[in-house]
Ligand binder design. Sequence first.
Ligand SMILES: Nc1ncnc2c1ncn2[C@@H]1O[C@H](COP(=O)(O)OP(=O)(O)OP(=O)(O)O)[C@@H](O)[C@H]1O
Length: 561
Amino acid sequence: MSRQRQEGSPVSIPSASFGIALQTFAALLWLPQAALLAWVAQRLAAGQAGLDWLALIGGSFLVLALARAAADAWGVRLSYARARAQVGERRRAGLRALAGASPFDARRVAAGAAASALAEQAEAITPYLTRYRAARVKVQVVPLALAAAVACVSWLAALILVFTAPLIPIFMALVGWRAQAASEAHLRELGSLNAYVLDRLRGLASLRGLGALAYTRRRLRALSQSLRIRTMAVLRIAFLSSAVLELFSALGVALVAVYVGFHLLGQLPFGAWGASLSLGQGVFVLLLAPAFFEPLRELASVWHDRAAGEAGEAALAALGREVLPLPGGASAAAPAAGARVPPEVRLDAVSFAYPGHASAPLREFSLELAAGGHLAITGDSGAGKSTLLALVAGLLAPDSGRVLIQGETLHGANAARLRARMAWVGQRPHFFAATLGGNVRLGRPGVDAAAVRRALGLAHLDLVAERRGAARLGEGAAGLSGGEAVRLAIARAAADPACDLILADEPTAHLDRATADAVIDSLLALGEGRTLLVATHDPRLVARLGCSVELADPAPRAEAA
Ligand SMILES: Nc1ncnc2c1ncn2[C@@H]1O[C@H](COP(=O)(O)OP(=O)(O)OP(=O)(O)O)[C@@H](O)[C@H]1O
């Protein structure tokens, strides 16, 4: 049964330490099992093992084996559940960080790399949290307990174990730093490949149109080759670490076996406490020796899980390294309830420069747009028109000065609420693989079928929608003309009853005269009873808006038309 979780409600994470403790306890149960087997060997050799006694010991051995398997399985299950919850939490944190970066942050992680970090790279954290963490605890407890048990019988066998064991961590540490670097390089390569593929897939039509496919093919091949080399490097290190471990644990077990064998033959009559070892004691030591190395072998086999897991964690953490945070974060808020008038917009000596850019698009810029006013922002390309709209939308925070929406200074705490009453008609709206109506509705709770119909009518798209019926839009709005795409963006804004401040960024760019006129009609219809701020180069749109501000003007004032 799938469990639903309310967004933002705390996650109930099962205890990892209990799960690991259970797995450690299961490993320690080998001690009484080995003791039982050694006892059987001793009694059989002495001819003292009756059938009843053997059945009793066999039954006890079986019970211990079942308890061991059950404890191990339960422990693994608990650790796994905990790890899945933790990975889910980290994914959510990564998503929050991504959503908390301004869409104007040019240095944001590329979409493909972000998808790779959130999907496959995050998956590498689960084995790290489950197998590696459990192996690390077992390695600290089980060998010590087994060495102490062996030492009770033979101090020399215990010494052999204790002196051969540290070789393993030393070599593992030597291999470990290479493993970390190789895993990080591997995951970086994976992210780059994903980012490259997604980026080029999006621009496939341009690449094909410009005859640039051959270079893309070569580059893709080079990236895949590089990923193959990185993958092989990780695998080589993983195999090397296992081989080192197997070698040293085999050496340790062999040394103990040689000592015990010769001791029982009377060749090495020392190393036990006083008298020589009995057959049962020898068997007991021999059974414990491989179990002593078992946790170390397990740790070696999951050693590269740690490197991959830490690299996955680093990739998720990198998603949060935004340069330009989105004021108010990604949180969604409902606009304030009650009857409202469209907001007045004021910019008060606003300055803004993109990080790392010396020139500031806006310096001490002021502007007043009355409630319900319509205003065109004009200026040369690169003058900062889109930047100004982004500042009004709270997608960027000014370096100095204030943006006021209906007298309220826009800042982190109220940005989400104020944004809820704005709509952005951008230069490059994204359309989803859905019907025209679906692309207007976007699953928004306040937008019903009637609102979608009205919005399509306002944008003069009702006939297009009728003609298309249930047909879905193709990738990148394939199937729509440029003008229809802008009018669809206008319909989206029109469908939301809460939105009374429209920010439009060059809505008529690249459109022919007739199409641009249709878009202007739709935009002005949308602007009725709403405040409308439009960045544009189009003199006809400026004329129809009736009021404009040239961005170069140091302190422009504008009133509603
Ligand atoms: N996300 C960004 N990161 C860094 N610099 C940016 C970013 N967006 C724009 N710029 C720079 O800021 C300046 C203003 O850009 P903006 O897009 O606001 O101008 P614009 O007036 O809207 O231009 P256009 O009319 O060509 O759309 C330009 O020099 C641009 O290169």
